[in-house]
Design a binder for this molecule. Sequence first.
Ligand code: PLP
Length: 377
Amino acid sequence: MSRIYFDNASTTPIDPDVLDFMTDIMKEHYGNPSSIHAYGRKAKSLIEDARKTIADILNSSIGEIFFTSSATEANNMALIASVKDLGIRHIISSPTEHPNVLKALETLQDTYDIRITLLAVDNKGNIDLAELENILSSSAAKKLVSLMYANNEIGTLHPVDQIARLCRENHALFHCDTVQAIGKFPIDLQAWPVHFISGSAHKFYGPKGTGFLYINSVNQIKPLFVGGAQERNMRASTENVHGIAGMAMALKIASQNMDSRNRYILDLRQYLITSLKDISDDISFCGNMEESFHPAILNALIPSSPKTDLLMMNLDIAGICASAGSACSSGVEQQSHVLQAIGVPDNMNAVRFSMSHHNTKEEIDFICNVVAKLLKS
Ligand code: PLP
């Protein structure tokens, strides 16, 4: 049975050209980048080429890009270093952040007794900029704001330009988890006064287990891991050469095709919305629908029926891969923290469809047939 994959916010299939490139590197260029012989120098040059590619795409300097094993590592590194090395005592975030940020904040609070404030969100996951401004201007502590660009479960975008402006006006640092936005939205780090952003290759058709942290050069932080002198002493451990090179290539392809892919996906999204609404007017959607949304992420609330109560299982049996919440919380019987934060009643069946340029309207027709049958049964 051929399966239909609508779970691209969890992870994306690797681009075949990226896979070929990485395979070639693993076969031919297996030197350790720290070795001074020709094999080592070749591996090192692959890493530095990748750094330049990513820095150019994001309009940052090469000295501001640090490779990591994942975005989880990158975000943890930024948050932990902010407290340990930059004197941050108050972190302002939101209850709809990814667990890799929320759990890091809990740990920092327990370990360093810093203050954490979670902003209120409305029923679409939007923060109130006036509340943020109020907190920033009234807190005397050294502050960091940690807010994601695009929510991985409901697709709501935070107004990152305005958040950055408020941070600058109030002398706060800004960390942005840009994992769902990298390769999907243009990012210009010269124009955007942010201190840390993170990326993860497997969200933009690159390999799993490879990410990066952008650290604005005004911040001098210490490494999370110590050992060798890799990544200019910022991240000890032999580099994942093929992963890093593959990530840069995947980001280049995603950036070059960003507009056409986004246009195509936006059309699919509209088709999915209309098709689901045609099944039942009782199907509704979470998050922003008019503006400030991620085109590829659509979280649908399907009314209760005997079969839709086992919705994810029944979709899977029908050959459809989608997600109940974020990948990290799928399989867990309780409602996602994001849906809870925006006030979705826990008797609703939420299914996140996350699309890519590989999906088609025919696949959407198939999904909607299955959903319609489940609702009738
Ligand atoms: N941040 C967001 C918004 C995500 O969606 C994810 C992955 O689901 C992560 C961070 C973690 O990324 P990684 O898998 O590279 O650790």
